[in-house]
Write a protein that binds this ligand. Structure first.
Ligand SMILES: NC(=O)c1ccc[n+]([C@@H]2O[C@H](COP(=O)([O-])OP(=O)(O)OC[C@H]3O[C@@H](n4cnc5c(N)ncnc54)[C@H](OP(=O)(O)O)[C@@H]3O)[C@@H](O)[C@H]2O)c1
Length: 286
């Protein structure tokens, strides 16, 4: 039987491209999305290329919807081989000017959603004594950035969660754990972040505005100077996901581009892929 994969957030971007890539490379793909009205583009690809992809509803903030989707997979295949925690949403706004609802939302989608999906697959992978969990975090999961502190905090949370799992889940139950850390990706991510968080086109007002304007100018300068280095396509990031899925011993951490590697170097040079810290914790505690 083919290896199967559950991918979250496949309506657009990396989720969409990776669903197609994994199907083209021998996986049975369960492409999940929170809004099935957005499934037309993927349905067209499935039909045109006769892809082994089944589209299921799954909102990462709803444990009920996660369990419903997973039950379908287990009923059909009797197993789950790979979970790709891809769903996420950008958020750029000062902490002071964010509402409690916004703070909860950015944390739910980017952090708790990963935990809920992971918690749901673990009992099956543990019983199988095999499995793999890949979470797409970000360079923002290693380096805090201006106006992105709530998003970065959520991605840092995922990094810590995955690191903790890697210290015992992999050896005990043969479940591989990896964080894939992209820099910029040319998806709808920024546009939807701006749509959700900006008020009248601004992420900051009052005393924050001049700092925000400096940040935006710096961002534009950086992008115009080195767009091709900063940004990757969703397919390029999906290629990294497929490579990680094929590795016998995947690392805890992997950046997806040279730019991402350089951006994080002060945080990562002592232990680029997380192997040393995982080994040290295992030696200390287990
Ligand atoms: N783009 C970047 O520059 C960048 C950089 C570093 C890391 N990342 C990370 O890469 C991953 C993929 O992002 P992308 O660039 O492909 O962005 P994208 O095109 O905006 O895709 C995000 C996906 O997540 C889905 N999603 C949002 N909330 C959800 C929920 N509650 N339940 C299920 N799905 C939900 C979206 O669905 P809807 O269509 O329904 O909103 C969409 O399918 C994310 O984890 C993101 O944080 C992105």
């Amino acid at each position: 039987m083919k290896n199967n994969v559950l991918i979250t957030g496949t309506s657009t971007g990396v989720g969409f491209e990776s669903a197609i890539l994994f199907a083209n490379n021998g996986y049975k793909v369960y492409a999940t999305m929170r809004n099935l009205d957005k499934a037309d583009a993927l349905k067209a690809k499935i039909k045109a290329n006769d892809l082994d992809i089944e589209i299921l509803h799954l909102d990462v903030t709803s444990v009920t919807s996660i369990n419903l989707a997973l039950n379908i997979i287990i009923q059909q295949d009797g197993k789950i081989d790979l979970l790709v925690n891809n769903a996420g949403a950008g958020f750029a706004k000062t902490t002071e000017q964010s509402s409690i609802e916004e703070i909860k939302w950015v944390t739910d989608v980017n952090y708790l959603g990963v935990i809920y999906c992971t918690q749901a697959v673990l009992p099956f992978m543990r019983k199988q004594k095999s499995g793999q969990i890949i979470s797409i975090t970000s360079v923002g999961g290693l380096v805090g950035q201006p106006f992105n502190e709530l998003y970065c905090g959520a991605k840092f949370g995922v990094e810590g969660f995955m690191e903790g799992l890697a210290t015992y889940i992999s050896d005990a139950f043969n479940i591989k754990i990896t964080c894939v850390e992209p820099g910029g990706i040319t998806t709808e991510f920024m546009a939807s972040a701006i749509g959700k968080t900006a008020v009248d086109g601004q992420f900051a007002t009052g005393e924050y505005l001049p700092i925000f304007e400096r940040y935006m100018a710096g961002n534009q300068k950086r992008a115009s100077e080195s767009k091709e280095q900063v940004y990757q396509t969703a397919l390029e990031v999906s290629d990294v996901l497929l490579n990680v899925a094929r590795m016998e011993n995947p690392p805890l951490r992997i950046r997806t581009s040279e730019w991402a590697e350089k951006f994080c170097i002060l945080k990562t040079q002592a232990d680029p892929d997380g192997t040393r810290i995982v080994n040290q914790i295992k030696e200390s505690f287990l």
